[in-house]
Design a binder for this molecule. Sequence first.
Ligand SMILES: N[C@@H](CCC(=O)N[C@@H](CS)C(=O)NCC(=O)O)C(=O)O
Length: 204
Amino acid sequence: MLKLYHAPRSRSLRVLWLLEELGVDYELELIPFRKLLAGEHRTPDYLALHPLGEVPLLRDGELRLFESGAICTWLSERHPEAGLTPSDGDERARWLQWLFFAVATLEPPAWTRLRHRRMLPPEKRNAATLLSATRRYKKALAVLEEQLADGREWLLGERFSAADILCVNTLLWARELLDEAPSATAWCQRARARPACRRAERIR
Ligand SMILES: N[C@@H](CCC(=O)N[C@@H](CS)C(=O)NCC(=O)O)C(=O)O
C-alpha cells in the first residue's frame, strides 16, 4: 500500500490532496507541523528514507519517492482512470508545462518571500531580497491570471489536474497578493472547495 509521510500545512498537502482526488488507498504517517519546524522528525531512520529529511515522502513497496512535483506527476500517471491526467497530445504538453511552472517558476519566489516576510528571524530578513522575490512572484502570478482570464475552470480548461493542485497550494503562501488577480482568486476558491481538498486540509 502507498504510504505518505505528511506534515499538515507543508508541501506534502499537495500529495495528500491528490491522493484524495484519485480515490486510492493509502497509509499516512503524520508528522506534527511543530515537530517538522523543530527538525525533530530528522531521525536517523527518517534520513535513511529521505536524504534531505523533508516531506513529502511517498513509499510504495521498495520505491521511495521525494519531491512533491515528481510524486504528483507519478501518481497522476499511475492512475489515468481518475481522469486527471491528459494522455497525450497538446493537452499533455501543457500539463507538463504547468507542473514545471509551479515548481520551477512560481514556487521559488513564493518561498523566498515567505521566508523573508515571516519565517526567518527578523535580523535575517532582507528587504532587497524580498522586493526582488515579490517582483518575480508577481510576474508568475500575472501569467496564471492571464491563463484563467477567459473564465476557464482549471488551468487545462475542463480537466482538473495536479497542475492546479501544485499552483493553488503555492499561491496560498502569498494570499496577501491575490487581490491583484481576481481570476486566480476565484480559481483558488474553486479548487479548495473540492471535497478532496477539504478532506486533505482537515487531516491534522
Ligand atoms: N522541493 C521539495 C521541498 C520539500 C520541503 O522543503 N519540505 C519542507 C516542508 S514544506 C520540509 O520538509 N521542511 C523540513 C525540513 O527540511 O526539515 C518538494 O517539493 O517536495
